[in-house]
Ligand binder design. Structure first.
Ligand SMILES: [Fe+2]
Length: 313
């Protein structure tokens, strides 16, 4: 895998603003999201997804024939917008029309796989530093664990990252580096790659995995501690969403995880304590053996975790 140090673009986005999915049933999506611990506000033909008590719309879910990404929206600093637009075009980004029903601001284009992307000046949703994610942080309790009757619902606090299938991981990494100024954190030989944002972000903001076609694999939602990851797994099992993978700990990114399979075969990840790359820090990007690209500990990976349900046979 080519080192990110050879391809640092001059400008870069700082955040994901939101992603938009199309799914066949908004009612099924609302049930799933509510069980997951997010707020899904029903609009005509669309759900707006926020964290509990939060104002930022992290995802939009539209009704469509089948599950797929509608678009992915990135935010940049206002001064960087025009240079970024030029940088995207120079990198081969194909200008495209805004998706119907989406806010039409900013610059719309397609990546090499045909994913529709938007870049606009906007709020920096990535954190400024790594928070304390040790169990019990935030509330000093006499006992380390909750009594079960007092255990809170797992509720994500923010979107951490997204992962998409691509038929060409190296091509995707090259484009997101040269067009959007993302930087490679770690990867595994064209099988998987994790990229961060240069202005400070989690170890990965956007990640790619090898697939026969493009496809939406998962979105990851930060919860305060590993307790919330485990409690989230139990609450989703009780709500009828038992399929998934976890609880475990990743190697690349170091986060504790549990992935829940949604009704359309994609995953929503509870993630805690992910590594953070400070602004201006050179992360030692590595090419790692495949066994390190998955997990340090956890249950065996179910076969369906690798399935790209958007592949047309
Ligand atoms: Fe993830």
């Amino acid at each position: 895998m080519t080192s990110s140090t050879t391809r640092h673009a001059r400008y870069g986005i700082h955040s994901i603003d939101h992603f938009a999915l199309e799914v066949p049933s908004l009612a099924d999506a609302a049930h799933f999201l509510s069980a997951f611990g997010l707020e899904a506000q029903a609009q005509p033909q669309q759900l707006l997804v926020r964290t509990h008590g939060g104002t930022h719309v992290w995802a939009r879910v539209n009704e469509g024939v089948r599950k797929q990404l509608a678009y992915l929206a990135f935010n940049c600093f206002a001064d960087d917008f025009e240079p970024l637009r030029e940088q995207i075009i120079a990198a081969g980004g194909r200008e495209a029309s805004p998706v119907a029903g989406a806010p039409h601001e900013g610059f719309w284009f397609d990546d090499p796989d045909g994913n529709r992307l938007q870049v606009k000046p906007g709020v920096k949703t990535t954190l400024g530093c790594k928070p304390d994610a040790s169990p019990g942080s935030g509330k000093r309790r006499l006992r380390g664990a909750y009594f079960r009757a007092e255990a809170p619902q797992a509720r994500p606090t923010r979107l951490s990252h997204v992962l998409m299938f691509t038929p060409d991981v190296r091509r995707a990494v090259a484009f997101y580096e040269s067009a959007l100024g993302l930087q490679l954190s770690d990867g595994s030989d064209g099988i998987v790659a994790f990229l961060h944002a240069r202005h400070g972000s989690d170890h990965h903001l956007v990640a790619f995995a090898q697939g026969k076609t493009k496809g939406w694999h998962h979105s990851a939602w930060d919860v305060p501690t590993v307790d919330d990851v485990g409690i989230g797994k139990m609450q989703m099992q009780r709500a009828g969403y038992a399929k998934g993978w976890g609880v475990g700990r990743h190697v690349l990114g170091s986060n504790y995880f549990h992935y829940v399979r949604d009704p359309w075969g994609s995953f929503w990840e509870y993630s805690a304590d992910i590594d953070y790359v400070n602004a201006g820090t050179e992360w030692p990007a590595g090419n790692h053996p495949p066994e390190d690209s998955l997990y340090l500990w956890g249950p065996d990976v179910p076969e369906y975790f690798f399935e790209n349900t958007e592949e047309r046979t």
